[in-house]
Design a binder for this molecule. Structure first.
Ligand code: UD1
Length: 421
């Protein structure tokens, strides 16, 4: 796996149509939520084929949830759980496996997970997750790198104020609250579309969740939940990747199966750079890009509905060859400029100081040997290579495969010269 590379001959315009995959960041909490359903099969459609989804399915199997894939659909049955422990090997593979904590506590009143630790984006603390669950009655201790979590009398509702609208903490609290005794209220909750998708799934299972998509979410615990069938929302960051690819390479593209409202500030930003973008029909977006783009106003990453941190690297590649100077301010993660040194080796002119990156647009990027540094940073390098003069090889594809279903296949269908060897 580690020896695979993408070989890209840059310079082709992109032309055609792509159906956007289901959202990774929805699929993971939804798979975790199925742990809460005591009987019957949950059916999740539009579940993308990604290594992160495979890890989540392995975690489910490991705790006794029967889990199978039929095409784009994943079917789970949590009737007979056998284990309340997620081993270190699985927790290490995917930092976001912490989202199993709330669901396991909610269903089993106890669980043991290894501490997820840091990741390629820098430290990923879980203090907000833990203090909220403690407020709901969980006793949580750390022993030799493991989190021992117990709620001997079951969880109860609580009034929780998050000091930051953490996506993962909001999801864990919702998952823990749906079967807790009484009412839980989350203040300063995350408002991301993936939170709304989780709330919709839980409601279809019989949970009482109000306010998802606003900064106050109220969950009234219920006795029992029932299985349901649900379609995962589209991946807004994957959609942003293909839009940014056209911004980098020029051309004309239709994206289908995408809820354009979830793209928030990304579409107006690309439009301000000179991209023509229209939403049409129920779920399609058209983009056309001709000529050199111009640098947009300062891009500050913020919690939703602000500009998403996951799209920062993608837009940076698009601004690397735009006319003028673009300033990025990364407010969410400490270590999210690791793609910059690779872009600089391709001829980009980018200076980073702390959380600020200043991009002076250059006229051309040049192909080279590139290493993916993290999921979205890796995708940004693919975009850079697609638009660059000459040939590139991108390695460390394990990062990219965590979030993109057959990225080379999708780009090949729209005219890119890209193959995996
Ligand atoms: C999720 C997304 C990730 C996205 C991020 C921000 C998934 C699987 N991943 O990650 O792609 O980049 O939202 O939109 O959905 N923090 C704390 N203490 C905590 C929790 C978080 O200090 O207990 C800090 C983090 O260090 C970070 C910030 O809050 O600086 C945002 O983190 P959070 O919203 O929790 O991101 P994730 O849920 O991990």
């Amino acid at each position: 796996m580690e020896r695979q590379k993408l070989i890209i001959n840059g310079g082709n315009q992109l032309m055609g149509e792509i159906a956007v995959q289901g959202a990774k960041n929805s699929s993971l909490p939804l798979l975790s939520a199925t742990v809460l359903i005591p009987q019957g099969e949950c059916i999740l459609h539009n579940c993308p084929r990604l290594t992160d989804v495979d890890y989540a399915m392995r975690i489910l199997s490991c705790i006794g949830v029967k889990c199978r894939r039929e095409g784009g659909t994943v079917i789970t049955d949590a009737s007979a759980l056998t284990n309340n422990e997620i081993p270190q090997s699985l927790m290490r593979e995917m930092r976001s496996s912490i989202v199993f904590l709330g669901a396991m506590l909610g269903r089993m009143n106890s669980c043991k997970l290894s501490f997820p630790g840091g990741c390629e984006l820098g430290p990923r603390p879980i203090d907000l997750h833990l203090s909220a669950l403690r407020e709901m009655g969980a006793e949580i201790t750390e022993q030799h790198g493991y989190l021992m979590c117990n709620a001997p009398k079951g969880l109860h509702g609580a009034d929780i104020s998050l000091s930051f609208p953490s996506v993962g903490a909001t999801e864990n609290i919702m998952l823990a609250a749906v079967r807790a005794k009484g009412v839980t209220q989350i203040h300063n909750a995350a408002r991301e579309p993936e939170i709304c998708d989780l709330a919709e799934f839980l409601s279809s299972c019989g949970a009482k969740v109000l306010g998802a998509g606003t900064d106050i979410i109220t969950v009234e615990g219920v006795e029992k939940l029932y299985p349901c069938e649900h379609r995962v929302i589209s991946d807004r960051i994957v959609a942003a990747t293909y839009l940014s690819a056209v911004a980098c390479c020029k051309g004309e593209l239709i994206l289908t199966g995408v809820q354009s409202a979830y793209l928030g500030q990304i579409i107006p930003l690309l439009q301000s750079m000179g991209c023509k973008i229209y939403s049409f029909g129920k779920d399609s977006i058209y983009i056309r890009v001709k000529g050199r783009l111009k640098a947009p106003a300062t891009i500050r990453t913020m919690p939703y509905p602000g500009f998403p941190t996951d799209a920062q690297a993608l837009l940076m590649t698009a601004t690397a060859t735009a006319q003028g100077t673009t300033v990025f301010v990364e407010n969410i993660f400490e270590n999210r400029y690791r793609h910059v040194s690779e872009l600089s080796r391709m001829g980009a002119n980018i200076k980073v100081e702390g959380k600020v990156a200043v991009v002076e647009g250059v006229s051309t990027l040049y192909g080279g040997e590139l290493q993916a540094t993290d999921l979205r940073g890796g995708a940004a390098l693919v975009l850079a290579a697609l638009s660059a003069e000459g040939k590139s090889a991108v390695t460390r594809l394990c990062y990219i495969d965590r979030g993109y279903e057959n990225i080379e296949g999708a780009f090949r269908t729209i005219g890119a010269d890209i193959k995996r060897i």
